[in-house]
Design a protein around this ligand. Structure first.
Ligand code: GRF
Length: 220
């Protein structure tokens, strides 16, 4: 069966890109990375793509007069690569409604919180400041509002007493690396349908346990 053609958009270190590279290395995985695109010429993630022999494009946003002109160039690169699904994996540019509509229901984003809680930047610092005991990550289809759109996959991750941003980020990142390949798999298998503001997932099954944080002691 033909594999779903992904474009992975990055701006930084690319560990989520790496999780897709690793998933796609399995010939049974239903997607492949057609292209990796970075708006940042110095993104360390570019090296990961090169090492995996994935076609790479750098489209630096800075010389473009406005967002939409940059996005038109992005759009051409995506079409040239015959992209079927765009994965925003640490891509640090806000997308205009023009791009979002053009790639509607064909663009997903990974965000390091349990959306709709804590959209935007500095997520972990805000989670810690809020005193929340559970955080997580979300893979969602992209709509015009920041970090908004129908949710495909989420994981809950405990906030642990004494956490700082770095420790919480590392714990959430591990969950991200499971959720992004899972979301892509479900979409590639045609099991995700966007219905209004929600996703309906075929054969989703039931998640195992309730996460309680802090964990209760025996008998309490
Ligand atoms: C991840 O935490 C992702 O959720 C957020 O940006 C970070 C990117 O990390 N959108 P990486 O570049 O994939 O390592």
């Amino acid at each position: 069966m033909a594999r779903l053609r992904l474009a992975v958009l990055i701006s930084g270190r690319g560990t989520n890109l790496q999780s897709l590279i690793d998933a796609c290395a399995d010939t049974g995985y239903p997607a492949e990375i057609a292209i990796a695109i970075s708006n940042n010429p110095d993104a360390p993630g570019l090296e990961r793509a090169a090492r995996a022999d994935i076609p790479v494009r750098v489209i630096d946003h800075r010389p473009f007069p406005d967002r939409e002109t940059f996005e038109r160039s992005l759009d051409s690169a995506l079409r040239e690569a015959e992209t079927e699904l765009v994965c925003l994996a640490g891509f640090m540019r806000l997308l205009t409604p023009w791009f979002v509509e053009r790639w509607r229901d064909r663009t997903i984003n990974i965000h390091p919180s349990l959306l709709p809680a804590f959209p935007g930047l500095d997520t972990h610092a805000r989670v810690l400041a809020s005193g929340a005991r559970i955080s997580g990550c979300t893979v969602h289809f992209v709509r015009a509002g920041m970090d908004s759109g129908p949710i495909a996959v989420q994981a809950a991750v405990p906030v642990v007493e004494g956490d700082d941003e770095e420790r919480l980020a590392a714990r959430v990142l591990e969950a991200e690396h499971r959720c992004l390949p899972l979301a892509v798999r479900l979409i590639a298998e045609g099991r995700v349908r966007v219905a209004g503001d929600r996703c309906v997932i075929d054969g989703a099954g039931e998640p195992g346990a309730t996460l309680v944080s802090p964990p209760p002691r025996e008998g309490a």
